[in-house]
Design a protein around this ligand. Sequence first.
Ligand SMILES: [Zn+2]
Length: 386
Amino acid sequence: MKRVKEAVGCLSICLLVSGCGETDTLAIADEKNLHLEVAYGEEFSYTPESLGISANDMEKISYNEIDLNALGTQKIIYQYNDQELTVEVTIVDKEPPVMSAQDITISEQELNAIDSYMQISAVDNYDGDISSSVTCDPIDVSSITAPTVLTRVCSVKDSSGNEAQTTVQINVEESSERIEVYASGVVNGLTVEPHIVENPDSITVMVNKFNALPDDYAPSDLVDIGGGYQLRQEAAVQYAAMKAQADADGIVLNVLSAYRTKSYQEGLFWNYVNTQGEEYAAVYSAVPRRSEHELGLAIDVGDNYYLDENLDHTATGIWLNENAAKYGFIMRYPEDKVLTTQYGFEAWHYRYVGAELAMKLKESNLTLEEYYQVESMEDGNSYRFY
Ligand SMILES: [Zn+2]
């Protein structure tokens, strides 16, 4: 008789032993609560009381914790004496990302690099910033005649597949720009209407013939690096470290130029134009507001006191080639990249971009231009490419 009772289960035992009101069973009021779907980020309590789980002595119900910040299904096992009740909780993200987009105005020429000008951010409640995953409808640039207004639909999906969409208006303006290109393939920067970078303070900002500094920009954290030269704080610290290592290695490292004001660059550039001609200036000098020296992140160096195009064959040049990237400096205008950088080979010109990017560029043998053309923009700037 006893064996039979056990097979029937606790409830019948209890009924027989102590009557209905006294059954000491771990029970759930609503079976639906055994499988719950909870929206990510929503407040959710899984105390026994909240889920309608009961027993005579509520205090004695124990259960494991689950991670409410993890998507997917997790089990909560409620234990009471030797009884168990398993509740499956599935946390799902049903909220689409939030997109914000700015309407933009660009010139006809800039249309060729339209994707780099799109200013769209997307933030997801679960994935965080997913701006780099935004895609926009393709645009057939060849069929567009400026001035015109285009509408572009852009969208993004979060990792749970929730999609958001936004529409961007693009005002395309006619441009008076007629770029002059010399037989060597080098562009006359004076004939370019450059894009103005949005975040000139970024250590990794790209300034070149097509991307210029805002007219009123000057770095605010310049410090002396000796010899009457200045660099921005971070570049100065790294230069000092590099210089100390060069000294320790018996390498002569002289600074020949560093930060230049806009007016200094103006004098320099027009002096090149007046003495050597516009073509020579286009190869070796930057139009004011388009020089890396105006960033306070570039140095011209040598083992002597002149700009030496054979520097890369000297002990100093070989040492720099080996070590500069570790300190965040890259040779910015290599011999085999003239048409990419649009400047002649400058063995002496080193640009500070931070060690992380410098090592990447060195390992991949890419110029800043090539890097930004393939990598998504993360330094707050959009860029125009030639
Ligand atoms: Zn330079």
